[in-house]
Design a protein around this ligand. Sequence first.
Ligand SMILES: [Zn+2]
Length: 301
Amino acid sequence: MDLAYAAEQEGHAISNRLTDSHQALRAAGRYGGGLVPFGYQKTPHPSGSGWCLAPDPGTASVVRQIVEDVHAGLSLVAIARKLNEAGVLVPRDRHAQLQGRPLGGRRHGRDFAHFRWTSGTLSKVLRSPSLMGHRVHRSQTVRDDEGAPVLIGAPLLADGEFRALQELLQTRSNGTRCKRRTTTSLLTGVVHCAGCDGRMYFAVRKGYPHGDYVCRASARGDVCHSAAAMRSDWLESYTVARYREAVATDVEVTRKDLLGNAVRVDVSKGRSGGGPARLTGPDTSRLTFSIGGPTANPRDN
Ligand SMILES: [Zn+2]
C-alpha cells in the first residue's frame, strides 16, 4: 500500500467531513502532544499550523511485520524476543530518539540504557486504535460530534485488518487467563483486609468468569468485624493500573513485580446496597494503594 497516497486520501476525507469551525478545531487531525504512537512520526500539519502524524518509515514496516507474525501464530513472547534480538527500539525509546532525547531511563529502581520489548508492550501497541490513525485517549478512540473517529494520521491498518487482529489477540489472551488461574492469584500477599490487617485470598465465584478476593480471618481462627471482599477482576485491574502509573511502565505486571516493589492494597468493607453504580467498577474509596513500603508516596519517587 502506498502510505503517502493513503495519507492524502485520509486528508481529503477529513476535510470533507468538516462542516463548521468548532468541529474543525477538534477534528482537523492535529497531533496534540504526548507519546507518538508506535509506527508514526510527527510531521507538520498540511494547513501550516500544528502537527499531525505520518507513518514512520523506520517503524511502520515493523508494525506490519508484527501483525504478520501474529497471524502466522507466533506468541507475543516470541515476537518480543525477535524484536529484542533485532535491536528494534520500543515505542518509548523510538519516541525519545525521534525527539533527540536519550534512550532508556529508570524503571523498578534500576537504570536502563534502553528498554526491552515484552508481551505487554506488544499487546499495548497491537490493541491501540492509533493503528487506524485514530486519536486515542485512555486506549479508546476519540470521536467527533457525529461519532466518527478523529484522525490524526494515515492509518497503518485498515479498519477490517484492525478488527481481525483484535479478535485473534482476544482468543489468545483468553487462553492464557485460564491458565493463570491454576497458579497463585495475582494479588495474593498484596491485598489486605482493612478490618483485620490479614491477607485476602482469591475465591472462585460459581457461574462467574471472575472470583473475589476475600478476608480469611475465620480460616485463621480469628474474628474480623468488618471482613472485606471485592471482585477479583476489579481489584486486579485497579492494582495493575495504579502500579503502572506509579512506576511509569506499560509492561505486563506479575505478582513478583508487585511484591518486589512492596505494593500493598488495603480493602475496607463495602456498604450494603450501592445501586447500579456498583456494577460498573470498584468503589475506589474503599481502596488504599501504597508502594515501596507503608509510608512511601509513589509520586515522590
Ligand atoms: Zn478481615
